[in-house]
Design a protein around this ligand. Sequence first.
Ligand SMILES: *[C@@H]1O[C@H](CO)[C@@H](O)[C@H](O)[C@H]1NC(C)=O
Ligand SMILES: *[C@@H]1O[C@H](CO)[C@@H](O)[C@H](O)[C@H]1NC(C)=O
Length: 263
Amino acid sequence: MTLMIHSVLLMAISLNMARCRRLTEDIDNEVSSNPAANLGFRDPMEYVKIMQPPVPVISKKVGAHVELFCEAIGSPPPTIQWYKRNMRITENDSFDTNMISQTPGLAKVGSRLVINYVLPRHQDVYRCVAESGVQVATAASRLIVSNKEGREMNFTQLINAKILGAHHIPRVTFWASTFMSNIGTDVILPCRFVGNPKPNLYWLDNNNKIIENDERFTILPDGELRIRNILWTDMGGYTCVVENSVGEDSIETFLYPMKESSK
Ligand SMILES: *[C@@H]1O[C@H](CO)[C@@H](O)[C@H](O)[C@H]1NC(C)=O
Ligand SMILES: *[C@@H]1O[C@H](CO)[C@@H](O)[C@H](O)[C@H]1NC(C)=O
């Protein structure tokens, strides 16, 4: 692990790629500051860490729009789920873990929990849960609804007030900001989103050209971009754009193909 990170770090420095350097330094610091990673208590290839937890406490009024953001780094590329107390509120298939586990990748991923219209019942503790293989890291956030007395609404009221079914600007809710994997492997770059009406999605490649499906590049039904057999020349930023009649959102994933010899 250390050897691999070291050679990746050297490559990143020689190419003067600030973003990759930051990522590998994060990982390097974590490995050296976490003795368990080197003592065989767990598979050193599997590790996950929350890099940016959601705000610990947030206070909002009924009707407000709330977003909680959580960022994690890990190997294999982590998934992020959100829990309200002990109930999972995001789907658990936000990443094709079977395919991902075949690639020894590292990734920094971000997730947003979006609440378009806060109701009294939303006051609770929300947990961001990041998982890489068997490794898990979590961080919690408490949402306080400051003026909730008498403002709860049932289903009929939500429909009548046009809160349910309202149009919302798209937001990407799960993506990787950096993704590193060995040359020759297949990668799946996630791009989960919300929005009403259902947004259209497209990806731009590292030359800002719209990606059409071909033998190597495929946009999967849930929005992920799969790139087969990654090449050194695939390095660069890939942009996922989601748009509907209300607006658009986009994220960028920096793909860093690593030399096979760095294993
Ligand atoms: C997703 O959740 C279902 C139901 O809770 C569970 O049976 C399944 O194993 C989960 N899949 C993954 C990949 O965690
Ligand atoms: C929703 O609340 C309204 C106003 O309090 C009430 O008249 C109505 O019966 C409720 N509907 C349901 C389905 O509970």
